[in-house]
Design a protein around this ligand. Structure first.
Ligand code: UDP
Length: 239
């Protein structure tokens, strides 16, 4: 096969294996309120990720030690199904899922008006049914929709998206393959209205300039994803 220099340039500029532009997220679908027995729920697909979130509460904390006299406490459990990844995941919590559960609660907390529910607890269960890179961000995005569906008073939604560096280029919403091959992955969560950052992690190396470019791109990704969150809630509840 012979390709012209122009064709070569356009192929190398596309650069991403799935043909996405650097600032393009994977196909995204969000549905609100799909579980009958939970107080709030959501289902999200982002590329090959499939994630279900159930919210219970706010309800009185059964464990006295957990209660706070002036506010509710949010607990998150991020769990990967054994069949969600290529190599069977051993059931039960591990270091990674404990970490993701913790940072998810921290990313969501600033949006919640917890003072309205003293001595209460809100439980958020994030079940990853299929994983293909970027599940912590997708989990936070879906959890926020499920919390809104539960009627939890919130200052804003929380939305998350990663940016990173693959083949020397700053790209949005890394796939599992890009995460593995790439030089850096940086998950970011924000409150979209005032762009307050509630999560910023970084795995890999970025220069100051690359960091700034990646942060800008992640925020742009978050704003796109936020539109899909709002549409999901509108479909369920109308305007
Ligand atoms: N992954 C896997 N097995 C595991 C953990 C992760 O195959 O036990 C895959 C999965 O597709 C996940 C990706 O590796 O989405 C990247 O994982 P990471 O820890 O970076 O978290 P994530 O990007 O999902 O937030």
């Amino acid at each position: 096969i012979i390709i012209t220099p122009d064709e070569f340039k356009s192929v190398s500029e596309a650069a991403r294996e799935d043909g996405r532009a650097p600032d393009e997220i994977r196909p995204l679908k969000i549905e609100a309120g799909i579980l009958e027995r939970a107080d709030g729920s959501s289902y999200l697909e982002l590329g090959g990720n499939k994630i279900l979130v159930a919210v219970y509460g706010p309800r009185e904390a059964q464990i006295k030690k957990l209660q706070r006299p002036d506010r509710a406490v949010i607990r998150c459990r991020y769990n990967m199904a054994p069949f969600s990844v290529e190599e069977r995941k051993r059931p039960g919590p591990d270091r990674r899922s404990v970490e993701i559960s913790k940072i998810t609660a921290e990313a969501l907390r600033p949006a919640l008006i917890l003072e309205k529910f003293p001595r209460s607890v809100i439980d958020v269960f994030i079940e990853v049914l299929e994983a293909e890179g970027g599940t912590r961000c997708a989990g936070i995005t879906a959890a926020s929709v499920a919390l809104a569906d539960a009627g939890m008073p919130m200052k804003d939604m929380v939305v998350a998206c990663a940016a990173g560096k693959v083949n020397g280029k700053i790209v949005l919403d890394l796939s599992e393959e890009e995460d593995k091959r790439g030089e850096a992955d940086m998950p970011v969560a924000i409150l979209p209205r005032n762009k307050e950052i509630t999560l910023l992690q970084s795995d890999g190396n970025l220069t100051q300039e690359e960091f700034e470019e990646a942060l800008d791109l992640a925020i742009k990704g978050c704003l796109k994803i936020n539109k899909v969150q709002k549409e999901a809630l509108k479909r369920k509840y109308g305007e």
